[in-house]
Design a protein around this ligand. Structure first.
Ligand SMILES: *Cc1c(COP(=O)(O)O)cnc(C)c1O
Length: 417
């Protein structure tokens, strides 16, 4: 199945979803990006250069790990994990960012900007800019800056300028708007490095293409490690980039079931979660450059969202995944905050892995479903990142009194700054 085989006159559309909805002023720069990306994608040397850069700089290929203890405990399917947590900066985000860095160079641009919520994408972008010698500005809501001091610290020390966005609710969506304004003003020398497989065409296609490296590696590795393809593949879904990246390795294998795991937060109900497809609160709309499912009200204003993991806490979702979901190719499920805390504890104690809170959503569903599968069946989970960044949240969620005090002291330190 070629995901990017657009119907005539429908470039950038996946069924009814996707498209390119941007203000007039950005049309020339997005067309330049579309053409530049198309040329790079058709140039095999570019992909070779990309793969070589990732293997030299970010530990690719990342390994597959068999969870022997947990598989035995659960008594069902054999569970394997793709280790995107071993990338430099701690998550799959660097795959996308290094690809866009190479493209920026190819476009002859010298400056990059990005938006960031939790800070992981800003951290990865600042890293890439330092490596390539680009000047770099990261837009981040003032509220998020206060919540994510360690990431801000690293971004600044890597040479990026972090702009505190004071508009609106001072979070991710306001940071996106500020980055868009910067892009419109400085597009001659500036590339906007979008952090997930969302936004206006070509971003969903471009980010998916860079992240496909996960699935391409994983398919071969599973054949080697398990002697067969996985029966079910699980990935968490925020904007959708790590999921579509992994799924592309198995999309043409109809017997491999693909499962997207969203943030169920506190459970169903408006404002309590960030689940666009597994729960029924979202509807189709046009925002942030694309047509897709959004958590919005009847007037098209975006709802508040909630998740234990900042990286899944997003109102929209990758239009390609929506299309695959409608066609029945991808199943969507949600995992709640409480289930995530339990699964994280289990995975740490039994396997010594420390998946990011985002990735743990995928573990929740796999752990729940494995016992009802046969022992000769095989599960693959994408561990999209590691949980170093989540230390304070995890201490809070796992409810250890001693560590709660440590967190309080740290929070007081940050607040006093
Ligand atoms: C940002 C992030 C995500 C969510 O983004 P996707 O685009 O849905 O992959 C998931 N896991 C980790 C570790 C992240 O940092």
């Amino acid at each position: 199945m070629n995901l990017f085989d657009f119907a005539p006159g429908r470039e950038g559309y996946y069924g009814n979803y996707g498209g390119c909805f941007l203000p007039e002023i950005l049309h020339s720069t997005i067309e330049e990006l579309q053409a530049g990306f198309r040329a790079a994608k058709n140039d095999p040397v570019f992909w070779q250069e990309y793969r070589a850069l990732l293997s030299e700089y970010s530990c690719r290929p990342t390994p597959i790990t068999h969870l022997a203890n947990l598989s035995r405990d659960l008594g069902g399917a054999q569970i394997y994990v793709k280790r995107e947590d071993l990338n430099h900066t701690g998550s799959h985000k660097l795959n996308n960012v290094m690809g866009q860095g190479l493209l920026t160079k190819r476009l002859g641009k010298t400056r990059v900007i990005a938006e960031t919520g939790a800070g992981q994408h800003g951290f990865a972008t600042a890293t890439m800019a330092a490596k390539f010698g680009f000047s770099c500005r990261i837009y981040m809501g003032a509220v998020d800056i206060a919540r994510q001091r360690p990431n801000v610290f690293w971004m600044e020390n890597l040479g990026a300028e972090v702009i505190s966005v004071q508009d609106g609710q001072q979070t991710l969506k306001d940071a996106i708007n500020a980055a868009m304004r910067d892009w419109a003003t400085n597009m001659a020398d500036t590339h906007y490095v979008l952090g997930t497989a969302c936004g206006a065409h070509p971003f969903p296609e471009m980010v998916s293409w860079f992240q496909s490296v996960i699935g391409l590696e994983a398919r071969g590795q599973m054949l080697q490690a398990a002697g067969k393809l996985p029966d079910r593949v699980y990935a968490c879904v925020g904007g959708g980039s790590n999921a579509i990246g992994l799924f592309q390795g198995f999309i043409d294998d109809p017997d491999v079931e693909l499962v997207g795991c969203e943030a169920g937060g506190l459970g169903p109900g408006i404002g309590k979660h960030a689940s666009r497809l597994a729960y029924t609160d979202a509807s189709v709309g046009v925002a942030q450059g694309m047509k897709t499912y959004f958590l919005q009200n009847d007037e098209g204003n975006m709802n508040e969202t909630h998740s234990i993991s900042a990286g899944l806490d997003y109102i929209g979702v990758n239009p390609i995944l929506v299309h695959l979901w409608e066609k029945g190719r991808v199943r969507f499920e949600a995992a709640t905050d409480a289930e995530v805390a339990d699964a994280l504890r289990l995975v740490m104690r039994r396997e010594g892995l420390i998946p990011a809170l985002e990735s743990t959503h995928a573990f929740v569903r796999a752990i729940r479903e494995a016992p009802s599968m046969r022992r000769d069946e095989v599960i693959l989970i994408n561990q999209s990142g590691r949980a170093d960044k989540d230390i304070f949240t995890v201490a809070e969620a796992l409810g250890d009194a001693k560590w709660k005090q440590f967190i309080k002291d740290k929070a007081a330190l940050y607040a006093a700054e």
